[in-house]
Design a protein around this ligand. Structure first.
Ligand SMILES: Nc1nc2c(ncn2[C@@H]2O[C@H](COP(=O)(O)OP(=O)(O)OP(=O)(O)O)[C@@H](O)[C@H]2O)c(=O)[nH]1
Ligand SMILES: [Mg+2]
Length: 330
């Protein structure tokens, strides 16, 4: 389906109404000005592989998953990477601040390529992160930003502290996919284990979307299952979401539960498209969307998460009220 005479509005909200026809992807084109023709042709000639605009930037096409291991000092980050490598490549020592620089190590497992990044342990003083060296903090934060997936490592012998929550908060803001692992599981008894599990629920509720593992890096226990979660998190972060599917799910969600009227305004959700990946961003267009409540946004998030099986990645939903003068007509 193509909508002609759409010069200058290929990305705009004016095309929203065509999605409401339920015929799938609509291609805005301008025959007179030659706009949108390339992607219309691509879609027409390759119906099984409709290209998405941002595929060129898809880091998954490089085939390498960048995995940063992050956490407080001394939780066992370097020990874990050594255990994976099967050799003592990185210095691990019972002293906070052993690792001072972010170090990348190439790694391959079952044909999947990884770049493992060991980082310096973070702690926060006041409002800023600190490490033994200023330089180390910058490197760690950069490593998190540049990763596809962050493995957040906790220390079972220390429990879940405010420091862990600060780091978790930073990772969440970065939008990276996350896997949680509690290390030194060998060194705690069953009472302490229960306590740690409860603390995770209480102090890291915002990481509910992430899978969790209990491991011992030093004894190399429980390490295998981490890879499944890492792969799953990366895949979820890169999930393809086409406009027709997103729009159908959106309209189904609205039918199931409509957003509440706020005074004179009743938000009208019209269509949705993907605005980014790693983290996935879903952009919802419509009218009076500033009146959509946070709880309704969470409801939408839950529906999208379930449909796309978004385990291990944050999901962002952006609401855009359209300026289309015709959008109000029913
Ligand atoms: N009991 C136990 N000790 C561990 C485990 N993993 C690491 N350790 C010990 O914890 C200490 C710190 O380990 P590192 O790997 O250096 O910790 P790190 O997180 O890299 O520390 P920084 O580089 O300072 O941030 C070492 O003495 C390790 O032997 C584990 O699974 N069980
Ligand atoms: Mg280290």
């Amino acid at each position: 389906m193509a909508a002609n005479k759409a010069e200058g509005m290929l990305e705009g909200p004016q095309l929203a109404e065509f999605y409401e026809l339920g015929l799938g992807e609509v291609h805005g084109v301008s025959a007179a000005h030659g706009q949108g023709i390339r992607s219309l042709l691509d879609a027409a000639l390759d119906p099984l592989n409709i290209p998405e605009d941002d595929d060129a930037a898809d880091p998954q096409q490089t085939g390498i998953t960048k995995l940063a291991v992050a956490g407080r000092p001394n939780v066992g980050k370097s020990t874990l990477i050594n255990a994976w490598l099967g050799e003592e490549r990185l210095v691990a020592f019972d002293l906070p601040g052993t690792t001072r620089d972010a170090i990348s190590v190439p790694f391959e497992r079952n044909g999947q390529k990884f770049e493992l990044i060991d980082t310096a342990g973070l702690r926060r003083k006041g409002k800023v992160f600190e490490a033994i060296e200023k330089f180390s903090v910058v490197k760690t934060l950069q490593a998190i930003e540049s990763a596809n997936v962050v493995l957040l490592l906790l220390d079972a012998t220390q429990g879940v502290t405010d420091q862990d929550a600060h780091i978790a908060g930073y990772i969440l803001e970065s939008g990276r996919a996350v896997v949680l692992a509690v290390n030194k599981w060998d060194a705690v008894d069953s009472y302490e284990r229960e306590q740690v599990q409860r603390q995770i629920e209480q102090r890291l509720p915002f990481l509910k979307f992430a899978e969790m593992h209990y491991i011992s890096a030093i004894k190399r226990r429980g390490l295998g299952p981490l890879w499944g979660s890492i792969a799953q998190a990366h895949k979820a972060a890169m999930t393809k979401m086409t406009t027709p599917v997103l729009t159908r799910l959106l309209l189904e969600a609205v039918q199931f539960r409509a957003p509440k009227r706020s005074g004179m305004f009743r938000p009208k959700l019209r269509y949705a498209h993907r605005g980014g990946m790693n983290p996935p961003v879903i952009v919802v267009h419509g009218n009076s969307l500033e009146h959509v409540t946070d709880s309704y946004k969470r409801f939408l998030e839950g529906r999208f998460r379930k449909e796309f099986n978004l385990v291990g990645t944050p999901l962002r939903i952006e609401l855009k009220t359209s300026k289309n003068p015709y959008a109000d007509k029913e």
